[in-house]
Design a binder for this molecule. Sequence first.
Ligand SMILES: C[S@@+](CC[C@H](N)C(=O)[O-])C[C@H]1O[C@@H](n2cnc3c(N)ncnc32)[C@H](O)[C@@H]1O
Length: 276
Amino acid sequence: MTPTLPKGKLICVGTGMRMAGQITPLAQSYIETADVVVSAVPNIFTRKWIQGIAKDFICVLGYYEDCDTDGKDRRDTYRRMADTILAQVRAGKTVCAAFYGHPGIFACISHMAIKDARAEGYSAEMLPGISAEDCLVADLGIDPGRTGMQSMETTQFMIYERRIDPTAMLVLWQPSLAGELSLKRFESTAARIQVLVDKLGRDYPLDHTVILYEAATNPFEKTRMDKIRLRDLPTTPMSTTTTLVIPAAFALKRDEAIIAQLNTLPEAPLLESETA
Ligand SMILES: C[S@@+](CC[C@H](N)C(=O)[O-])C[C@H]1O[C@@H](n2cnc3c(N)ncnc32)[C@H](O)[C@@H]1O
């Protein structure tokens, strides 16, 4: 006999970046039909919109104030948010957890909640959403397939040894928190951003053009696509919604040895289906 799953259920959805317009019909239908929607969406208009269509709504945004408490940091806040989601699932409800953008991109709460819910035997899934990266590809007209794309969190790039390929585009998330190691503050300093520039300077010329990108989140906002020189980053204002885009600085270089090796291989035999 197939074991029956406990009754609670979790679906993590993304609302996209732009208020109400970038959500998938499936994600919207979960928001409308779930017993409760738990949300950490910072945009007030999106939040009000969700609240208006949800049967019941729990906003966990205020949990960020926990960071003001001694000994607590962002990781404690994320844990508390995931625990709130889990408590609703354990109460036997169908829970929709709504996050802006894609619910699984730079959004550890959804990953934590899904892992915990599954470990306790509940059904839990994630639906994809439109992320900041999706929007920047569209707005900046840069096809990541042309040079390849590297994408990582800014502070992670700074504090770990990473091999950057300057012939591919580099997307750095959360540059406004560059080098913020306390995990308590939501801003960086010019000195820390200078450390970022110095590290990027190992692979890129300091006069390389980089783009500060902020997708419009409602029809009244204008998308920010400011092109500046890399060296000017510490003196250029950034916000919590800025993503730093560093286009390829050098042309792709052919790997002649690999090309020669490939050319020595026999032609691939045709598949049976192709000869029939
Ligand atoms: C915690 S991550 C959330 C990403 C989100 N889950 C997504 O799918 O895009 C926050 C970072 O996303 C990027 N971001 C958020 N809002 C943005 C916007 N309106 N335009 C560009 N990037 C944005 C910034 O790099 C910001 O620091």
